[in-house]
Design a protein around this ligand. Structure first.
Ligand SMILES: CC(C)(COP(=O)(O)OP(=O)(O)OC[C@H]1O[C@@H](n2cnc3c(N)ncnc32)[C@H](O)[C@@H]1OP(=O)(O)O)[C@@H](O)C(=O)NCCC(=O)NCCS
Length: 154
């Protein structure tokens, strides 16, 4: 599938309650310390931007973003395991950036584990820069892991 065909096959919709069970199942597969369905439900109730990405009508990824004044924070961005490495993560990120920009955001922030090579690659390719390091930000199998703070001017 070339880039144009991929773009045509993709769609984005606000996350629905009917997505929650699937989203939590995926999160369990994708993260060592996943969110539960209730965490996604709380994000929806809090008015955070919660998105489901579709490929050819099937759920392919999801994301949660929080707006604070003119800043947007990505709290979760995920692509289904078997669909990774084909440009979906970048397109989901671009969708979030477009939504945030439209809502008046000027900068996008996120935290990432330094050990998360695919995520770091995605963010660096997109133009995020590392602006800080939060010591022991994440739980890890053998204690805590630092979080890199990254920023992307929109
Ligand atoms: C991070 C994640 C969203 C990336 O999604 P993806 O669909 O695989 O990413 P893409 O195919 O759009 O790749 C984006 C860029 O990152 C690079 N990249 C992706 N995976 C990579 C890997 N494993 N190693 C090196 N580079 C990688 C690609 O080369 C691409 O750059 P390019 O467009 O210049 O070729 C996906 O891996 C994921 O869901 N991971 C599990 C959940 C997670 O860790 N989320 C992030 C939490 S901070």
């Amino acid at each position: 599938m070339n880039a144009t065909e991929l773009d045509r096959a993709l769609g984005f919709a606000p996350m629905q309650e009917a997505d929650l069970e699937w989203v939590a199942e995926q999160d369990k597969l994708l993260y060592p310390f996943p969110w539960a369905a209730v965490n996604f439900a709380d994000s929806m109730s809090a008015g955070y931007g919660c998105w489901t990405m579709f490929e050819g009508g099937e759920r392919a990824g999801y994301a949660v973003l929080m707006m604070v004044l003119d800043e947007v924070h990505i709290l979760n961005i995920s692509v289904v395991g078997e669909r990774q490495g084909r440009g979906l993560g970048r397109r989901l990120l671009d969708h979030l950036a477009a939504v945030a920009k439209e809502a008046g955001a000027r900068q996008m922030f996120l935290e990432v584990r330094p050990s998360n090579t695919p995520a770091l690659a995605l963010y660096q390719r997109a133009g995020f820069e590392t602006i800080g390091r939060r010591k022991g930000y994440y739980p890890a199998a053998d204690g805590r892991e630092d979080g890199l703070v990254m920023r992307w001017p929109l």
